[in-house]
Ligand binder design. Structure first.
Ligand SMILES: [Zn+2]
Length: 387
């Protein structure tokens, strides 16, 4: 999980500040300036009785320095001070509405990279509310990231594809199964010709063909306990370890608990996703930050009025079925939520404190479900982990 942003890139660092194109402002009927996506909850509405805030947002077009802009605005508004304008520029930068037109792309990226990843960088720029010179810094984080994905079924395949398409640095894929005909209604990594092949072999071929910039490796192996996951995560320890575990397997049933245990032991942030019928969820955890999987699960169970009789357990409520009711829609949504959670954990955009699960209930469209609980000091899994 990325560390909190340092605030060293405010207005003083912006040589030629401009409003991010995605945050283009507009005027309201009552003379306020709206900047960002106010109706989507990521913008701001600013009072502007004298009209100079609007003039300022129009001047922030990447052609002038803050001092030049301030001089221009002050020159047309008697009584307005230079520091008022500079403070407003600083506030807009601090709120993440500005970038620096003079910033250059990190040297690691070529023109081809700019073309390939430009749309994703623009989306990050839109969602990013931290002051930053250039959103390519976020793409650089992705390019350096090492991720391990366990489970290459419906959600895992989509999520792996998403990370590789997004330009993550390295992806290691783990799955024990072979491709079967019954997989092909939603596992879009595979083709009919792959039936009978180990999934990991077919996935590697597909993922490498998608993006040759990414180092994609894999192994056909089964996770039989927390030690297997811990070994997997520690194998990269000499080279700083994995930045993220993406768990997209739901067998054996205890695999999420094992992942929690292994990630706490290796201090690896992790995301998990899946579905039960029309209920699609993703969980985001980071050791020492917010609830761990077990903290969350116990409190979530306590919060629901399950009315379980003696002898009934969690499995009784929503049993796992070997024939897995799933189609291309549920698997793709699940994989999409998972890759979003992974990109967010790796880039810090959008910034979310870990320790939560959320999801979509296709039976009640428009009502995403979110559950977040505090970390439990007495949690047997994470109780001793320092922040
Ligand atoms: Zn815990």
């Amino acid at each position: 999980m990325t560390k909190p942003e340092t605030r060293d890139q405010s207005t003083t660092s912006l040589r030629r500040p401009r409003v991010k194109p995605e945050h283009r402002p507009y005027l309201t009927v009552d003379g306020h300036v709206r900047i960002g996506s106010v109706i989507h909850g990521i913008g701001a509405e600013i009072e502007d009785p004298d009209g100079w805030v609007w003039a300022l947002t129009q001047a922030l077009n990447g052609t002038r320095t803050p001092a030049e802009i301030a001089a221009e605005i002050v020159g047309t508004r008697p009584g307005l001070m230079t520091e008022d304008v500079l403070r407003a520029v600083a506030d807009l930068a601090e709120a993440g509405f500005l970038e620096d037109a003079a910033a250059t792309m990190p040297a690691a990226f070529s023109d081809r990279d700019a073309e390939r990843y430009g749309r994703g960088v623009a989306l990050l720029r839109w969602m990013d509310r931290s002051p930053r010179l250039s959103s390519w810094e976020l793409q650089l984080r992705l390019a350096k990231a090492r991720v391990v994905v366990v489970g290459l079924g419906g959600s895992g395949g989509i999520a792996a594809q998403g990370l590789v398409a997004s330009g993550v640095g390295r992806l290691h894929c783990v799955d024990p199964d072979v491709v079967e005909l019954s997989n092909l209604n939603r596992q879009v990594l595979y083709r009919e010709r792959d039936i009978g092949r180990p999934k990991v072999d077919a996935a590697l071929e597909s993922l490498r063909a998608l993006n040759s910039d990414v180092v994609v490796t894999g192994e056909r192996s089964e996770i039989r306990g927390p030690d297997d996951l811990e070994r997997l995560l520690r194998r990269e320890a000499e080279s700083d370890g994995y930045d993220l575990l993406m768990l997209s397997a739901d067998r054996p049933p205890a695999i999420r608990r094992w992942a929690n245990q292994a990630c706490l032991a290796t201090r690896t942030p992790w995301v998990e996703g899946g579905y039960r019928g029309p209920f699609i969820t993703v969980g985001v955890y980071a050791p020492g930050h917010g609830a761990c999987f077990e903290c969350h699960r116990d409190q979530d169970a306590d919060s629901r009025d399950l009315r379980l009789a003696a002898g009934q357990d969690d499995e009784s409520i929503s049993p796992r079925m070997n024939w897995g009711p799933v189609n291309a829609a549920t698997a793709t949504l699940s994989g999409g939520l998972l890759v979003h959670a992974a990109l967010s954990a790796l880039t810090g955009v959008p910034r979310e404190e870990p320790g939560f699960r959320y999801g979509i209930n296709l039976m009640v469209p428009g009502e995403p479900e979110l559950s977040r609980y505090p970390r439990r000091p007495a949690c047997p899994a994470c109780g001793g982990i320092a922040p």
